[in-house]
Design a protein around this ligand. Sequence first.
Ligand SMILES: Nc1ncnc2c1ncn2[C@@H]1O[C@H](COP(=O)(O)OP(=O)(O)OP(=O)(O)O)[C@@H](O)[C@H]1O
Length: 248
Amino acid sequence: MITMMGISHQFKIGKKGKERIVPVLHDIDLSVEKGEIVAIVGRSGSGKSTLLNLMSGYIRPTAGEIKVAGRMVTKLDEGAWADFRLAHYGFIFQNFQLISSMTAYENVELPLVLKGVGQSERRKRVEKMLENVDIAAFASHYPSELSGGQQQRVSVARSLVLEPPIVLADEPSGSLDSENEKSLLTMIKQLNHELGITFVIITHDDQVASVAHRTIRLQDGRLARQAPLVSVESIKETFDLAKGGHHS
Ligand SMILES: Nc1ncnc2c1ncn2[C@@H]1O[C@H](COP(=O)(O)OP(=O)(O)OP(=O)(O)O)[C@@H](O)[C@H]1O
């Protein structure tokens, strides 16, 4: 679903003429399969958010290529990226990013309005989504009239209402208590299972990482080597020996 090939990224900081280069990611090869839940973990500053921002096209890699849903997205211009994002990605953030002057219903409806979906179809989809995340009873509440957990549910509903194939989440449970965190994780598992949505989730939290099918660790901008149970060399050796033995 998402393939990164030889991705490196560096930021330029400082005033013109006195710029400094900050290398952040180094030669990342990574792929996320359709229907996977992948957790990205690593120390603060290891490059997790940068990696997610590259996947969503908010920043462009200094080197390397990214393919998403069969499309070479590194070649897209700003406008094409915006369309691609709307069609392929949902986002879940730590601070929910709901619009305070809109009700829960209107917040969830917004992506459909932006996409030009007609009113009766909008109503059907918003109502279904609000029910999916168990927040229908609070449809007419403004964000300030909702608890943190309820706001996160609305934010999840909004990110999924266009039924994106991929959801990118940056510390989605960061501001939730353990009860609300549990129900967010149950919801993620359920959506993954029922709709086959692919999730890429940045987290510091072992609970969140425990729902993932796979955990990717970043260490100083590189993928940490997952210690294989048996090295490739030893498999080759065994294979060659077995072959040699057979012929002799
Ligand atoms: N826009 C930017 N300009 C310059 N440097 C940046 C920029 N964004 C991030 N960095 C630097 O890149 C490095 C990685 O940052 P990033 O936010 O990807 O880390 P992270 O692993 O997500 O950290 P955290 O867990 O604290 O959110 C940091 O050293 C950071 O200072």
